[in-house]
Design a protein around this ligand. Structure first.
Ligand code: GLU
Length: 455
């Protein structure tokens, strides 16, 4: 077992989204930097909201991002007995107690607190039940929860990002650790598992900062080591509002289908809350440079135009092998040689894999588009068809060649490029005309231009 053990613990209640995936990535980087263990734990104790399909989705998305684990997945739903035994142990120790209050009793207490405009805390009504009363209620099979006893303690910890934190347990009152259906609450199963899996560092989102004192109380009660906590700043949209987990366009799957490269997405996510001198960093460089102690506290704004910009850079930057690998994963099939060649040739002309695929489909279908057939247009295309067979070389030579043959004509270079582009891909702008001619090859272009002439 390594000295450093971290975990990622998603709840399978929806797709993996940017905020959560950022937490996974930071755990991954942190463990790789320290040769540590990285554990995948599935927090699936919420029976109503957990779905098997999301477990698979989450694991697929993590794999696609290149985030790998050294242990797991462990499923909390398979460990219910362990949590129940611990809850009973806490009751025996006097740190927790059976609470038989009905939902109706709790609802009334909450209403009363609302009326008096004070935050709700459980009244502690069942705290002082005698052993006899408890046994009678259990014999009557009255439903119960188990609550942790708070005693007016101060809980302090030094968060790796937020610094010194200070709570009083009376602020949240006696909280439930085991529900009436026999399942643990998140705080309980999380603290128990962090202890049993010897987690040394808990790295997660800022939204869990207020759960930490409860987890510390539980860990103290079972006499276990308190891990070091790091709460990564909340992710905000451009209006500085908290990102909603439910929004489909924030899911990793959506971005994947949109043609974003995993390398660009990892780069983007790690910059949410952390600043790096060079904005473009590969995951390997991140492992070298990332410093969790330099993560900022203020909300991290998620600017998708930045993601698009980074993606464009990665489209050009990746080595050929990784690029073809990513493209083939995007298409969910192997590429034939002709497609790989074309993809490598055209990648710099597009911003993402989706655009690249659309452009390639147009080119590979061999269609032509009905640009206006004025006499002038026909004339210049005919001249170009005559020119192409004699041309040799690459982009530089082609550019010179086109300049040369346009010199003797009244056609502007711009108008000529637009015309060719329209015939070949149905759009007057966007892609470099030189690439559009050279990638499919001049014979293919001559064939298509002849088809247009005959339209
Ligand atoms: N299941 C929790 C979540 O998805 C885990 C939080 C934690 O890392 O403790 O938010």
């Amino acid at each position: 077992m390594s000295d450093v053990r971290v975990r990622f613990a998603p709840s399978p209640t929806g797709r993996l989204h940017i905020g959560n995936a950022r937490n996974a990535l930071v755990n991954y980087i942190f463990s790789r930097q320290r040769n540590g263990d990285f554990i995948l734990r599935i927090d699936d104790t919420d029976l109503q909201r957990s779905r098997g399909i999301y477990i698979q989705n989450i694991m697929d998305d993590l794999e696609w991002l290149g985030i790998t684990f050294t242990e797991g997945p462990y499923f909390q739903s398979e460990r219910i007995k362990i949590y129940r035994d611990y809850a009973c142990e806490l009751v025996e120790k006097g740190d927790a107690y059976f609470c038989f209050c009905s939902e109706e009793d709790i609802r009334k207490e909450k209403q009363e607190a609302k009326k008096r405009s004070i935050p709700y805390r459980y009244s502690g009504k069942c705290r002082h039940l005698s052993k006899k009363e408890i046994q009678e209620n259990l014999n009557k099979k009255l439903p119960y929860v188990i609550r942790f006893k708070t005693r007016g303690q101060r809980i302090e910890f030094n968060d790796g990002v937020f610094g010194k934190m200070n709570f009083n347990d009376l602020d949240f009152g006696d909280f439930v650790i085991l529900r009436s259906n026999g399942f643990p609450t998140y705080n309980f199963s999380s603290a128990i598992d962090d202890a049993l899996f010897d987690i040394t560092h808990v790295i997660r989102g800022e939204d869990h900062l207020s759960n930490t004192p409860k987890q510390i109380l539980i860990l103290n009660s079972i006499d276990r080591h308190i891990p070091k906590f790091f709460h990564l700043p909340i992710v905000l949209d451009k209006e500085r509002k908290k990102l909603s987990k439910r929004e489909e366009h924030l899911s990793i799957n959506h971005l994947k289908e949109d043609g974003i490269l995993p390398q660009a997405l990892c780069n983007f996510m790690v910059l949410l809350g952390w600043h790096c001198k060079s904005e473009i960093v590969t995951t390997d460089e991140l492992i070298e440079k990332y410093d969790i102690y330099r993560v900022g506290r203020s909300g991290a704004v998620c600017d998708f135009s930045k993601l698009r910009w980074l993606n464009k850079k990665f489209m050009r930057m990746l080595d050929d092998g990784s690029f073809i690998d990513s493209f083939s994963r995007y298409l969910n099939r192997d590429l034939i040689e002709e497609e790989s060649r074309l993809a490598l040739c055209l990648r710099s002309e597009t911003n993402d894999l989706k655009q690249l695929n659309e452009l390639m489909e147009v080119i590979l279908k061999g269609n032509i588009f009905p640009a206006k057939k004025t006499e002038e247009n026909k004339d210049i295309v005919r001249k170009f068809i005559d020119f192409l067979p004699h041309f040799k070389g690459g982009e530089k030579e082609l550019k010179q060649g086109i300049n040369g043959f346009l010199e003797s004509d009244s056609f502007s270079k711009r108008a000529f490029y637009s015309l060719l582009r329209y015939i070949l891909i149905g759009s007057e702008e966007g892609v470099s005309i030189l690439k559009l001619i050279l990638c499919p090859g001049k014979e293919e272009i001559i064939k298509r231009l002849n088809m247009w002439m005959k339209l």
